[in-house]
Design a protein around this ligand. Structure first.
Ligand code: MRU
Length: 358
C-alpha cells in the first residue's frame, strides 16, 4: 500500500501559541469563518477562556489550565513557601472550577501543584521558573501522545473505511493532531483511503464548525450530517466504524464524551458497527469505579434556545442542556491510548495502561 507523502495535520494548526510569557488562544467560538487569536497574561483570563469555550476539548483545556497555573504562580507576591503555596492552591481551585467533566483539567493542575508540593525547600522563584517549563512540557507531550495514539489506532481502520465522528477530537481539541482525528490522520498517512462523516454536534456545533474545517484543510473527504442522520446512514450500510474522543473514562471503561455520543454508540451496537474511543492516559480516572460517578456539566438555556444570535424557541420554554453523556463500556469496542489499545474487560487493562504512563 502506498504511503501518503503529506502528513495530514490540519495545516499544523494548534489551539494555542505561547511566547515570552503570553498565551494566545485561537478563539474557537468564531471558527470556521474567523481566525482570531486572543491574548492571556493572567490566570483569571485563562479561567474565563475555558469557561466560555474560547478553548475547548479535554486535552486543550488541560494545556490552557497548565499555562493558567503558571500565570497564577507568577503573580503571587509571597516570598515564603507557605504563603506562596496557600495562594497557589486557591488560584488553581479557581481554574479547576471552570468545567467539571473533562478530567484533563484537574490532571494538568494536579501535575503543576505536585511539582511545587514535592519541593517545599526550594525558593519561590525556582518554583515559578519550573512551572513555566512544566506547562510547556504538558503542551508538547500532548502532541507526541496524539501521534502515538494514531500509530496504535490506525490499524483498527480498514482501507476504504467510512468513519463517523462526533464533536471535535482533533488538533483544535488537543496540543495538535488530535485523538479521534489523530487516528484518522494516521490511517490516511499510512496510505489508507478514509472518508469521514462529521456529526454537526448541537448545540455548539463542534462537528460542523471545527471537525469539518480541520479535515477540509487536510484534504480528507468529510461529509457533514445533522446529529439525527447517523442511524439512517448506518441502516443503509454507509458507515463502517465510529471513532470519538473522551472527556473522562472511568475505571471500568465507561466513557463521558460530548452529548449525543451515547446515542451514536447505541446505534452502532444495533448495526454491528465497531465503536472506538481514542483518549490519552490523562483522560482515564481510575478513582471512579464507573461512569455514573462522572460529573456532567449542565450549561445555559441560551445554547439550546438560540443558534448564534437567532432565537429558535419560544420565550420561557423549559430547557435541559447537559453538555456530555456517558457511554457504557459494553458499547465500546476498544479504547485507544498512547500506550496501547484496551478492549473486553477494561478494568485490568486500563490499570495496566495507566501504570505504563507513570
Ligand atoms: O464541550 P467541548 O467542546 O469541550 O467537548 C469536547 C468533547 O467532548 C471532545 O470529544 C473531548 O473533549 C475529546 S477532545 C480530544
Amino acid at each position: 500500500m502506498a504511503t501518503c507523502n503529506v502528513i495530514p495535520d490540519a495545516g499544523g494548526i494548534r489551539p494555542y501559541r505561547y511566547r515570552d510569557g503570553v498565551l494566545q488562544l485561537l478563539d474557537q467560538r468564531l471558527l470556521p469563518t474567523e481566525e482570531t487569536w486572543l491574548e492571556y497574561r493572567d490566570y483569571q483570563g485563562v479561567a474565563e477562556a475555558i469557561r466560555t469555550m474560547v478553548v475547548r476539548g479535554a486535552p486543550a483545556i488541560g494545556i490552557a489550565a497548565a499555562f493558567g497555573a503558571w500565570f497564577a504562580a507568577r503573580d503571587i507576591p509571597a516570598e515564603t513557601f507557605d504563603g506562596f503555596w496557600t495562594e497557589f492552591e486557591r488560584r488553581c481551585a479557581v481554574l479547576a472550577a471552570t468545567r467539571p467533566t473533562a478530567i484533563n483539567l484537574c490532571w494538568a493542575l494536579e501535575r503543576m501543584k505536585s511539582l511545587v508540593r514535592a519541593n517545599p525547600l526550594q525558593p519561590v522563584m525556582n518554583h515559578k521558573i519550573a512551572l513555566e517549563y512544566e506547562a510547556l512540557a504538558i503542551a508538547e507531550e500532548d502532541l507526541r501522545i496524539n501521534r502515538a495514539m494514531g500509530r496504535h489506532g490506525e490499524a483498527l481502520l480498514g482501507d476504504g473505511a467510512r468513519v463517523l465522528t462526533h464533536c471535535n477530537a482533533g488538533a483544535l481539541a488537543t496540543g495538535g493532531y488530535g485523538t479521534a482525528l489523530g487516528v484518522i490522520r494516521a490511517a490516511v498517512a499510512a496510505g489508507k483511503t478514509i472518508s469521514v462523516y462529521a456529526d454537526e454536534t448541537r448545540p455548539w456545533l463542534q462537528g460542523a464548525r471545527l471537525t469539518a474545517w480541520e479535515l477540509q484543510r487536510d484534504g480528507i473527504p468529510v461529509t457533514l450530517i445533522c446529529d439525527n442522520m447517523a442511524g439512517y446512514l448506518m441502516s443503509k450500510g454507509e458507515i463502517d466504524a465510529v471513532i470519538v474522543g473522551a472527556d473522562r473514562i472511568a475505571a471500568n471503561g465507561d466513557t463521558a464524551n460530548k452529548i449525543g455520543t451515547y446515542s451514536v454508540a447505541v446505534l452502532a451496537k444495533e448495526h454491528g458497527i465497531p465503536f472506538f474511543v481514542a483518549a490519552p492516559i490523562s483522560t482515564i480516572d481510575l478513582s471512579l469505579a464507573d461512569g455514573s460517578l462522572i460529573p456532567i456539566e449542565e450549561r445555559g438555556d441560551r445554547e439550546v434556545t438560540h443558534c448564534g444570535d437567532r432565537q429558535l424557541a419560544p420565550e420561557g420554554v423549559a430547557v435541559r442542556n447537559p453538555a456530555f453523556d456517558v457511554t457504557p463500556a459494553r458499547l465500546i469496542t476498544a479504547i485507544i491510548t498512547e500506550h496501547g489499545v484496551a478492549g473486553g474487560d477494561y478494568l485490568p487493562r486500563l490499570r495496566e495502561l495507566v501504570a505504563k504512563g507513570r
